[in-house]
Write a protein that binds this ligand. Structure first.
Ligand code: THU
Length: 134
């Protein structure tokens, strides 16, 4: 199995999902060949939960990487049909990744893998360009 999938699968093991028990792993694939993983981190104040996609992207940016450095994000759930990012994560992905970059949704068995582009994950998305028109 390709390393990027293995890392996204393994990242599920780091999930702090004590309330939902729904473990999600993510792996940001960088153009320089490196990887940054993230997991969902829940909170007793539920709304403060951070999804795996945002954890991985925020970690990538915290390391100094930016849109142009990111090739793909892999998201791993245990669903038979791999689950897709929530609305909040779609907005963050739209801001922090290039519109043509890849989003790949997997499960640990690599069944029913779904692959799409950022621009197709959030049609008519809002970003900083719109703010500049004000
Ligand atoms: N979650 C993610 O980490 N990513 C998704 O794409 C969907 C939802 C998390 C948030 C929460 O910890 C749990 O899954 C249930 O919603």
């Amino acid at each position: 199995m390709e390393k990027k999938y293995q890392l996204a699968i393994e990242a599920r093991e780091n999930a702090y999902a004590v309330y939902s028990n729904f473990k999600v792993g993510a792996c940001v694939v960088l153009k320089n060949g490196e990887f940054v993983i993230g997991s969902n981190i829940e909170n007793s104040s539920y709304g403060l939960t951070n999804c795996a996609e945002r954890s991985a992207l925020f970690a990538s940016y915290s390391l100094g990487y930016r849109q142009r450095d990111i090739e793909e994000i892999i998201v791993c759930t245990n669903n038979e049909i791999p689950s897709s990012p929530c609305g909040a994560c779609r907005q963050v992905i739209y801001e922090l990744m290039e519109k043509e970059a890849k989003v790949t949704l997997i499960n640990p068995r690599l069944e029913n893998t779904i692959s799409l582009k950022v621009k197709d994950l959030l049609p008519l998305g809002f970003d900083g360009d719109k703010l500049n028109e004000a």
